[in-house]
Design a binder for this molecule. Structure first.
Ligand code: ZN
Length: 216
């Protein structure tokens, strides 16, 4: 069952690799399954499998308690993080976690990305914060990520990587790329020695637009 959703997750995993957002078996992708009625199922990548040989049948289906409903392998170790976001952010239907390089540089440096780009504000929701450290798969990681993500669509996971969300899987993937672009531009501008922020009053206008589109 849920062939369409499994295929969408597999395709996002493949895009994530093609775009060099991860190395090896790292990163994970999930999709809320609203067809289950009240949206209490999710399709999620399996744990520790290589993406080039993965098939749609390998994608796990889990309920919101984390129980495996269908699939030959254990779901991703970061499943609690994905489910925690779905439970908190009702308009979010897709979650993508990657280890993209420039976002990870800032996650290691412990530096948030201030509001430097218009599309960062309209699509990601404004400044991108860094979480407190939490071990992969731990309740602390879920708690810290939800706190730093807030109403926004992207967050930097301390000493680990990044995470983006979206209303669709395609949107979540674009948000991953947009986050990586913002991180790269921020690092570049800082290396030139000058960072001009978007004017505060314009940040407020664009944040209002973002919340109108993405707010719960
Ligand atoms: Zn990771």
């Amino acid at each position: 069952m849920w062939e369409k959703e499994k295929k969408e997750v597999l395709e996002a995993l493949q895009r994530m690799c093609e775009k060099d957002l991860v190395v090896g078996t790292s990163g994970n992708v999930s999709l809320r399954i609203p067809s289950a009625g009240d949206g209490t199922l999710a399709a999620i990548s399996p744990s520790g499998r290589f993406y080039d040989t993965m098939t749609a049948e390998d994608i796990a289906i889990v309920d919101f308690d984390g129980k495996l409903i269908e699939g030959p392998y254990s779901p991703s170790i970061e499943m609690p993080l994905h489910l925690g976001i779905y439970k908190t952010r009702k308009k979010v239907n897709a979650v993508i976690h990657t280890h993209s390089i420039y976002g990870s540089v800032l996650a290691v440096a412990g530096m948030e990305i201030p509001c430097i780009l218009d599309d960062q504000i309209t699509h990601l929701g404004g400044e991108i914060l860094v979480t407190e450290y939490g071990l992969s798969g731990s309740p602390e990681l879920v708690r810290n990520a939800l706190a730093a993500l807030g109403p926004r669509n992207a967050v930097l996971l301390a000493n680990h990587g990044v995470l983006s969300v979206g209303r669709t899987i395609r949107e979540a993937l674009v948000n991953c790329e947009m986050l990586e672009k913002a991180a790269r531009i921020y690092i570049g501008a800082r290396s030139l020695g000058n960072v001009n922020l978007v004017p505060a009053e314009m940040v407020e206008v664009m944040k209002a637009y973002y919340i109108a589109v993405n707010g719960d």
